[in-house]
Design a protein. Structure first.
Length: 215
């Protein structure tokens, strides 16, 4: 889109300050809400400034193209993130802090208000908690008698197998939280969702241990 040819530019890129107010991302967010902005506009607000030859919005579009979308950008590790022009350690730390606040907000909201009543709700909650884990973890979601989240706790990290996860530790944590029920979860950072033989064996062992706890 061509902007007013009379507006000022810097290094070949027109400053967002020179855009009409109705087209500036920050002003649009304040007037219309964050949901009305594109991924590039939201990212531009986070970036705040562009680089030589690119406005913040131009840079945001470039980064989204480089990472093939917002999710891969948000999931990038430090070295991958900072390899891109305009992204340094300070921006990485800022982004991690924002995402962690969002995760805690979701967890707190669920603990305070909502019950997990169907598999879709459980899946969405666990995806939000585990999507940024770079390594395998085994975690438990402890619920009260109304299926509301009491707490989410990662119990084991590293390669997860039936000999590594101790059922007694799971039972111990459930008792410590006085949980009425729990949901066990284990991520696969590789993206392979088919349960392994070890996953199946572990599930059986945990089921037996937890049945003894509840009887």
């Amino acid at each position: 889109m061509h902007r007013n040819s009379g507006a000022q530019s810097h290094g070949g890129a027109m400053s967002i300050r020179s855009w009409p107010a109705a087209e500036r991302p920050r002003e649009r967010l304040l007037e219309l809400g964050a949901g009305s902005l594109s991924d590039a506009e939201l990212l531009a607000i986070f970036l705040r400034t562009g680089v030589a030859g690119k406005s913040a919005v131009d840079l945001a579009r470039h980064l989204l193209n480089q990472f093939d979308g917002l999710r891969s950008l948000l999931d990038a590790d430090l070295s991958t993130f900072t390899s891109q022009l305009g992204l340094g350690p300070a921006k990485f730390a800022q982004l991690q802090a924002v995402m962690e606040m969002a995760r805690r907000h979701m967890a707190e909201s669920l603990r305070r208000d909502s019950a997990l009543e169907n598999p879709t709700q459980v899946r969405n909650y666990l995806k939000a908690q585990l999507r940024h884990e770079q390594h395998e973890v085994f975690a438990c979601l402890f619920l009260d008698n109304k299926h509301r989240v009491m707490t989410f706790e990662i119990l084991f990290r590293g390669t997860i197998n039936a000999s590594y996860v101790h059922p007694r530790q799971v039972v111990k944590r459930a008792m410590a939280h006085n949980a009425a029920s729990l949901i066990l979860c284990h991520n696969h950072p590789s993206g392979i969702t088919t349960p392994s033989r070890s996953d199946i064996d572990l599930t059986k062992r945990l089921k037996e241990a937890l049945m003894c706890w509840t009887t």
